[in-house]
Every structure is written in C-alpha cells, then in structure tokens.
Design a protein around this ligand. Structure first.
Ligand SMILES: Nc1nc2c(c(=O)[nH]1)N[C@H]1C(S)=C(S)[C@@H](COP(=O)(O)O)O[C@H]1N2
Ligand SMILES: [Mo]
Length: 454
C-alpha cells in the first residue's frame, strides 16, 4: 500500500476502483461482481462518511462516495485511506467571486462550484472563466472596437461596436455558456486538460445583435462552408502571429438566429475577462466557438483549421474506444451540441442537516445543448428509485431550465442525492462519464451530492 499513500482518493478511484474500495473501506477481497457493499464493508464505509448509510445496500462498489469528491467532504476520510486531495485554490480576480475554483493559472481557468449556480441568472462575478492564451489589456473606448467579416461574402464588413449598436436591432437573451470540457474531471482514467467538475457553465443575460443580421448585411456566398473565429488575445508564448484559439462552426449553425455578437453581460458593458468589448455567443455548442475579444469572422469555403480544430481537440469518438487506450483520429468527429446535464445547486455537496430532518428541498438547473430538457429525476437511494422534479420552461431558446424537487428521508444518516436529466430526444445522463476520449469531451455523468443528516 505504501506506493498508494501519496496519492489522492480520487486518483486511486480513477486508477483501480476496486482496490480503492479495499483501501478505503477495508474490503480485502474484490467482490465477485462489481456490485454492492455489505456487512463489514458497509460498516467501514459508514464510519468513513460519518454516518449510517440508510440505503447502503444499494451503493455501487468501485464508485467513489460523493462525500470524498473535491469540494466539501461530509467528514474526513478514514485514517487508513490515502491522502485527501489538496484543497481547492480560490480565484482572486477583480470583479470575480473569490469562491470560484482555479483549475489553471497560465492560462487562467476557473470554475463555479455547482452550489454557486443557484441563481436563476448567473451573476457576472460567478460566471466561470476559460482562457487559452493571455488576457489582453482592457480597452478604453469600447465603441471604437473593430472587427471584420470577410472571406466568402459579397461585401467585406469592417465594423465598430458603435456601428453594430446603431445599425442593427439589439436583443437580450438568457443563454447557457458551457465549456466543451465541462464534466471532464469525472472521466476514468483521467483525461488530459482542466479537470472541470460541472462548473464550466453558467447562464447569464447577454445583450447584442443577431449574428445572422450581420451576416445578411455581408451577404454570405453559396460557396460558404464553415466559419473561423478570431480574438485579440495573445498566444501564451507571446508570439503575436499565433492565435491562442480559433474555432468555427458549419454555416448552418452559424446562421442560427440565436447566435449573437454581444457587448453587454447582465446589463453591464461586457467585462474584459469575458471578452469585452465584443464577443460571439454561439449557444448550445462548446464555449470555444464563442470567441472573446472578437476581431474577425472568416467565412470559409472549407472546414476551418485554426488552433483548436482537428485531431482530438473538441472532438469525440464515433465508435467507443478503450478507455485510456490509443485513439485513432479517423474515429473522431467534432463535438457539436453539448450533452444533457443537470445540477443540484442546493443543497451543497457535504451539507450537514440537523438530526431528525425528514424532508429536503432540492433546487437545480438543467440544459441540453441544442435540445431542451424533457425531464429531471432525483434519487436518494443510489438510483434504486427516482422522483420526478418540477422543471421550469426556458425563458428563451438556449436558456437553462431551473428545477425543484422535495425528497423524504426515512432516517438520519449519510445520503447521496443524484440527479439525472433527460433531453427532448429521450437521452439521459449516464451514471459515470462514458465514451472516454483522450481529451475528455462530452462527460455528463449524473451529478451527486453528499448530505449528512444528524
Ligand atoms: N479569444 C478567445 N475566445 C475564447 C477563448 C479564448 O481562449 N480566446 N476561450 C473559449 C472557451 S474554451 C470558452 S469555454 C469560453 C469561455 O468564456 P468565458 O471565459 O467568458 O467564461 O470562451 C471561449 N472564447
Ligand atoms: Mo472551453
């Protein structure tokens, strides 16, 4: 076991989940089927999570208890267990909440813990931050910011934000912005990149003009196939000729009337960190197509090939591949619509409730990329039974859907509350992140929170 003591419980569950059960809960022999804890194992687990586990018989083996996941553990892991993961590092950035968790410093990446997404509309200070390059200097006169629309268009447009505001009809929409890597942290084995939990997403009010109106003014030619988006952020290396990221979408998606060029966020000028003076907002697809600090929309006669396109970038496997195994580029396609996801935004993971609590009110949010959310179900017994949540309608297309539910607890003890969203096509979230791919896209495992009563 000595080689394991330096590693976190999370790592151990990732590498060898049955061994992790044995180390954490003293279950010496692996179960004959990857199944359920019982007897001494269950008692040990109860001690580890800090309470009896009323539905412990249903608890899947080899699945790390939510109580140990990064965030707020319900209780300290047992002494015999490997080192607990290092505590999260919190963001210190002007205008941003100091409860955002830093996933990377160069480039700066920070996510929003799920319980901070409890507002109907995500306030600006709580919106996640994802950069691929350096953060450019703030602009003093935002209305003078210029961008171009060129390539396969009848008229090349060169336009300032001021002109954008005066020439086109402004619209405000509540839209989910979600990083393509959201949920990556739940892949086994670990995928490359920022280890997002579910907090690489938020739903704020964006004000701007319809991208389609601007494209109509330019006149998109029939030869147009794809777009390429550019921002002014310098590459991490400092090489000014290299974009830090340049992605695009097929023309059909580009022309969608829900896409915006925005200059305001939650009624205020778009902050520099979120791409001000102006950025694209192409909802439903990986956030990486929503270029910040917008300088150019290049209409192309072929699939765009900027940094962030091709190979394994923002791409998922067509046919399943062996987790951790060698991947073949030919078996990959671009991740387009983001998969369905539901979050419990209250209570927070690790919440402690007074002894005798018999009912818990749950709140959450759900969304499903280009689709809507048909249904959200919650479980307090490790998925043996499910309760249907009440799901609100979206305010407008690509808004998230807030949901509420109440669950009854039979006794004090340790519970995991699970939530599972189902999209309008009938596709639900899996128990664990499926369809493993080397860069960890499309991970949408059910969200679980640990709650300790008494
Ligand atoms: N110019 C530019 N635009 C960008 C990025 C970037 O690094 N540079 N990151 C993209 C990614 S990967 C995401 S998820 C979103 C994040 O937007 P936010 O930082 O406003 O939350 O911006 C996208 N737009
Ligand atoms: Mo992203």
């Amino acid at each position: 076991m000595s080689d394991h003591t330096e590693r976190s419980i999370e790592e151990l569950y990732r590498d060898d989940s049955e061994r992790a059960d044995a180390v954490v809960f003293g279950r010496e022999t692996a179960p004959s089927r990857r199944g359920f804890l019982g007897g001494a194992g269950l008692a040990a687990m109860g001690a580890a999570v800090g309470g009896v586990i009323p539905f412990g018989e249903n608890m899947p083996g080899g699945m790390m208890p939510a109580a140990f996941a990064q965030g707020a553990p319900a209780s300290a892991p047992p002494a015999a267990a490997p080192a607990a993961p290092k505590g999260p590092q919190y963001l210190k950035f002007p205008g941003k909440s100091d409860k955002l968790v830093v996933l990377g410093e160069k480039p700066l990446v920070a996510e929003t813990p799920e319980n901070l997404l409890d507002d109907e509309t995500t306030p600006t200070d709580k919106l996640f931050v994802r950069n691929n390059g350096q953060i450019p200097d703030a602009v003093k006169e935002p209305d003078k910011w210029k961008f171009v629309v060129d390539g396969e268009v009848n008229t090349k447009l060169e336009m300032t934000v001021g002109e954008l505001k005066s020439k086109f009809k402004p619209v405000t929409r509540r839209l989910v912005l979600e990083c393509g890597g959201n949920g990556r942290g739940f892949f086994t084995p670990q995928a490359r990149g920022n280890q997002w939990t579910n907090g690489g997403a938020g739903c704020s009010e964006w004000t701007g003009v319809r991208l389609a109106d601007v494209l109509k003014a330019a006149g998109v030619k029939s030869s147009a196939v794809f777009s390429g988006h550019y921002g002014s952020d310098p590459h991490l290396s400092g090489d000014a000729s290299k974009p830090s990221l340049s992605r695009g979408v097929p023309i059909k998606k580009l022309m969608d009337e829900n896409n915006l060029i925005v200059w305001a966020l939650n009624g205020q000028p778009l902050p520099n960190i979120h791409g001000g003076p102006a950025r694209l907002l192409i909802p439903g697809w990986p956030g990486s197509v929503s270029a910040k600090w917008l300088t150019r929309i290049w209409i192309r006669d072929k699939v765009h090939d900027g940094p962030g396109m091709g190979a394994f970038s923002y791409r998922v496997a067509i046919n399943p591949i062996v987790p951790g195994g060698k991947a073949d580029e030919k078996n990959f396609k671009d991740l387009e619509s983001m998969p369905v996801r539901s979050l419990i935004t209250s209570p927070a993971n690790g919440a402690k409730l007074p002894a005798g609590t018999k009912e818990v009110q749950l709140r959450g949010a759900a969304w499903a990329g280009d689709y809507t959310v048909k249904q959200v179900d919650v479980s307090i017994d490790f998925g043996a039974t499910w309760t249907r949540a009440k799901v609100a309608s979206p305010k407008n297309k690509y808004d998230w859907q807030r949901w509420t539910a109440a669950v009854k607890l039979p006794s004090d003890g340790y519970y995991e509350i699970w939530t599972r969203g189902t999209d309008s096509r009938g596709v639900s979230q899996p128990h664990q992140a499926g369809f493993w791919n080397p860069q960890g896209y499309g991970g949408n495992a059910m969200h679980r929170v640990a709650v300790l009563v008494g």
